[in-house]
Each structure stands twice: as structure tokens, then as C-alpha cells.
Design a protein around this ligand. Structure first.
Ligand code: GLV
Ligand code: MG
Length: 341
């Protein structure tokens, strides 16, 4: 997805309030965002490791919401501001996950962080988004704060898709503002919201399966299914249709890197850009999964070379290629170039 795709969208909700308000979001660079790495900013030891982290990940996110105790909310906000002011992020994204809009902390999260960090802040991740109204509220608040503090680029919004109502409204959320950066699946809150009977954070479940047909006395094979397929598919379609990015969210079982990799890979194949990394061990998994496979890149380059103007039909290694597969190849080559930068 490119930011220029968004130029086609109506700009009903992005109304800069003052002369000298931020340049349009269409001028923001497109970056590789294979992992959104979560850090708890109230912990000093964690803040000290940020300079090292900046060199390893595509995005550093200060988490202020769930997993941060109520009595540490203010310390986390202050710690995030310290991280933002005290480090040069270069091409690494600086994001924050604020508290939910109906919490006692959300308003101060936004006003204090934008005032303190200004243009250093790239994206606000908004949890528990239920409909476009949540995006409109934050959009207008950001427009006011950008004007007031003289920001020169807009702060983008990333929604977490983690309530049943949010999934119902996913297309409207994706289209709610040109400020939308993308969306992440939040499987833990979503499971609770839907009364799904799992205590896991993302991934599969041994009970969610189909059995092959009975065949005499032969033991029947059990095929585990992906609990998240439906939601990821809806999210990817809503995001792609609006020129924004879709992400798989958290994978909570740090002791099972193979299952984490499988979940990330499903999401990547279905169209997701990246995933959250909650533990340092997940960074390399995300890097591996969300960078295109070199073998696949080689084939994609051959397809593009064989059809210089992107039209017609050719055979490569016995497989038919045409305008559509040229576009598939372009997705892979563009991503390879983005991650190589
Ligand atoms: C993430 O916030 C989740 O609820 O899974
Ligand atoms: Mg959540």
C-alpha cells in the first residue's frame, strides 16, 4: 500500500485548523514496519535499552494501556516522553499505545505526549476502537493539538481491532480518516468481547479442529483450524480497500516460537505488513517472516523482467504468468526493496 493511494480518498475529517498546519500525510515516507515492538516505559531498565532496540526493530512502541498497572499510568506516560526526547529514532518509528478513550487517562495521554514530543511522534495506537466515531474524535483532537503546538507533520492513527463491534464496523473504521495508518488484530480482548472460550493470546487452539472422515478402524486425523482467519481476512480487506496497512497483533506464548512463527506467517501470506513483538525473542521471528523469501523475490524479478510493460502472457518454469501475476510479483519486489533500505 502506498500513501499516494490515499489521495483518492475523501478528506472529510482532516481539517487543519490553522495556517501553517501540518503538511498532508501523503508526503510521509513509507517505511518497513515488520514488527511493532512493545516496551513498558515506566521501567527504567527498559528505557535504558531503547538506544539498542532502535537499531534492531522497525517500530518502538511505548505501551501505556493494558499490562501497565493503574498506579503506573502516569509514570509510563512520563517514561515514554523521556524515551521520545532522549533518543534519535532515525528511520525507526516512534509509536505510543494510549489508554482507551473511555478511560481516565486517554485525554492526558494524547495532550501531554503531543505537546512534549511534537513531530517526533509518528503514530498513536488507539485500543478498543468500536466504530468510526472513535477515530473522528481522536482525529479532531490531533488537528487541534497539531495547530496549537506547530507540528509540521500529522500524527497518524492506528486502530486495534479487538471488540465484536469493532469487527462489525471494520470497513468504516478503516475509512474513517486519511490519518489512518493501519489496524492490528487484538486477539485477547477480541476473544473476551466475543465470549470465545480461550485464555490464550493469539495463536491456535487444540479444540478448534475438524476430523477427517471415518475410514474403518484407521485413526482419524485431526486438523487444527485457525481461530483468527475470519477476522484477519476482514481486516486485510478493509485495510487494502482504503490503502492502509493490516497487522497481526500479539502472540502471548513466548515459550513456543514455532507457533508464533506459524501465526505470523499466516498473517503475512494473507496480506499483513507486520505483527507486534512483545518479547525480544520475537523480533527475529517477525523480521524473518515479514521480509519476503529471497527465492520468491528471485522468481518475482524474473516475472517482471519477462513482461517489461506488465501485460501479456508468458510461461516461466511451466507456470502461466500474466498481468495479474505481474502485480503479485510487484508486491513482493516492492517489499524486498523496502526492507533492503
Ligand atoms: C491486544 O491488545 C489484545 O487484546 O490482543
Ligand atoms: Mg487488547
Amino acid at each position: 500500500t502506498t500513501r499516494t493511494d490515499k489521495m483518492k480518498l475523501p478528506r472529510n475529517f482532516y481539517r487543519p485548523l490553522a495556517v501553517g498546519a501540518p503538511a498532508p500525510y501523503t508526503e510521509l515516507p513509507i517505511r518497513a514496519e515488520r514488527m511493532i515492538h512493545f516496551v513498558p516505559p515506566h521501567i527504567e531498565k527498559v528505557r535504558a535499552k531503547v538506544p539498542e532496540l532502535i537499531r534492531q526493530v522497525d517500530v518502538v512502541l511505548g505501551n501505556l494501556e493494558d499490562a501497565i498497572p493503574a498506579d503506573a499510568k502516569q509514570a509510563a506516560r512520563a517514561g515514554f516522553i523521556e524515551i521520545g526526547l532522549g533518543n534519535d529514532f532515525g528511520d525507526t518509528g516512534l509509536w505510543v499505545r494510549i489508554n482507551a478513550l473511555n478511560s481516565p487517562w486517554a485525554l492526558d495521554d494524547v495532550t501531554e505526549i503531543v505537546a512534549a514530543l511534537g513531530d517526533r511522534l509518528d503514530v498513536i495506537m488507539l485500543p478498543k476502537v468500536e466504530g468510526p466515531w472513535d477515530i473522528h474524535y481522536l482525529d479532531q483532537l490531533l488537528a487541534q493539538l497539531e495547530a496549537r503546538h506547530g507540528l509540521t507533520k500529522p500524527v497518524l492513527i492506528h486502530a486495534i481491532l479487538e471488540t465484536a463491534e469493532g469487527v462489525n464496523n471494520v470497513a468504516e473504521i478503516a475509512a474513517a480518516s486519511p490519518r489512518m495508518h493501519g489496524m492490528s488484530l487484538g486477539p485477547a480482548d477480541l476473544a473476551a468481547s466475543r465470549a470465545m472460550k480461550t485464555t490464550r493470546v493469539g495463536g491456535g487452539h487444540p479444540g478448534y479442529l475438524v476430523l477427517e472422515d471415518a475410514d474403518g478402524d484407521r485413526p482419524r486425523q485431526r486438523f487444527q483450524q485457525d481461530l483468527w482467519h475470519y477476522t484477519i481476512a476482514r481486516m486485510v480487506d478493509a485495510c487494502a480497500a482504503n490503502g492502509i496497512k493490516a497487522f497481526y497483533g500479539p502472540f502471548g506464548d513466548f515459550s513456543d516460537p514455532a507457533a508464533c512463527e506459524a501465526q505470523f506467517r499466516n498473517a503475512f501470506l494473507m496480506g499483513c505488513t507486520g505483527a507486534w513483538t512483545l518479547h525480544p525473542s520475537q523480533i527475529d521471528i517477525a523480521k524473518r517472516v515479514f521480509s519476503p523469501d529471497p527465492e520468491e523475490v528471485r522468481l518475482a524479478r524474473r516475472i517482471i523482467a519477462a513482461m517489461p510493460d506488465g501485460t501479456g502472457a508468458v510461461m516461466i518454469d511451466g507456470k502461466m504468468q500474466d498481468d495479474a501475476t505481474w502485480k503479485q510479483a510487484k508486491v513482493i519486489v516492492d517489499l524486498a526493496e523496502l526492507v533492503a533500505r
